[in-house]
Design a protein around this ligand. Sequence first.
Ligand SMILES: Nc1nc2c(ncn2[C@@H]2O[C@H](COP(=O)(O)OP(=O)(O)OP(=O)(O)O)[C@@H](O)[C@H]2O)c(=O)[nH]1
Ligand SMILES: [Mg+2]
Length: 319
Amino acid sequence: MTDSIQTWAEKVLARDRRAIARAISAVETRDALGRELLKRLFPASGKAEVIGVTGSPGTGKSTLVEKLAGAYRGAGARVGIIAVDPTSPFSGGALLGDRIRMQSLASDKEIYIRSMATRGQLGGLAPTTHDVVTILDAAGCDAVLIETVGVGQDEVEVARLADATALLLVPGMGDDVQTFKAGVMEIADLYVINKTDLPGADRLAQEVEAMLSLAARGDGWRPPIIKAVATTGSGVGEVKQALEQFRCFQEQSTGKEKRRRAYWRSRLLELLRQNLFEKVAREHLGGGSLERYVDDLLQHRADPYSLVERIVAESVASG
Ligand SMILES: Nc1nc2c(ncn2[C@@H]2O[C@H](COP(=O)(O)OP(=O)(O)OP(=O)(O)O)[C@@H](O)[C@H]2O)c(=O)[nH]1
Ligand SMILES: [Mg+2]
């Protein structure tokens, strides 16, 4: 078994597309094999530039990601695309749409596209997006583009995972700058005013400009505002250029290391939390125990604080 995982990992590292697809599926279903595979792939990851593209539904994220992927390919980079879909796995409409829309990339063997459903998880990412990035990174993608829905403060999660985050805004969608939650504006390393073929683009750009001049970022980076028409590809070169400038800025100012350090710190804590919870749930909440505890609480025979202390103590004692 170990041997076959080793071979599988080697195939992923050698960019075998079937092996990559199987690896992602194993990780998505939280298969134990997936975890074993990730252990072997992790040392080879950490090289890809991870770029988050976020914005309200319909702002043109998929269209921009497709064009941006084309621009990276044009520069000889290998590209991974992860489209995170907010809808349930059942409606599937947007997934299908993305696949059709990104068809121009489908025949390119150096581009890997994967759609994922958030399955109700907050944060704008699917629970296993982090691990899929590791796989694509280990498989030699120079850039991994993550499209994620912007539904408020939730997509802060993608900014944590990404080295750079682009926020798409479009004129006339009620996306008035005043209505943004502060958190959403804070995550953007660059702003893309998309659909500038529609009226109101200049006003929107001015509003963002005005907002940015009110509060300087702690790291001294002034997020550029780029006007684009994703459908024609206009402005896409500028977006790519701005991402490169930001990367240079980050490398010179050690911002990138700081960001990745913060990411791995919280990722480690998150995995630890998840792992400990799963252990406790497996060992102490099965076989009707959970409902018996709930009965105790309902009847006020026990208080939840003491119960949790007892369950945790038992779990720790059991090793
Ligand atoms: N007029 C105009 N339409 C655009 C532009 N960019 C994208 N669109 C259109 O806007 C619609 C939505 O584009 P998508 O790329 O699917 O947007 P999205 O943000 O990925 O949408 P969701 O993933 O569903 O949130 C499509 O019909 C695009 O053709 C643009 O620059 N101008
Ligand atoms: Mg989309």
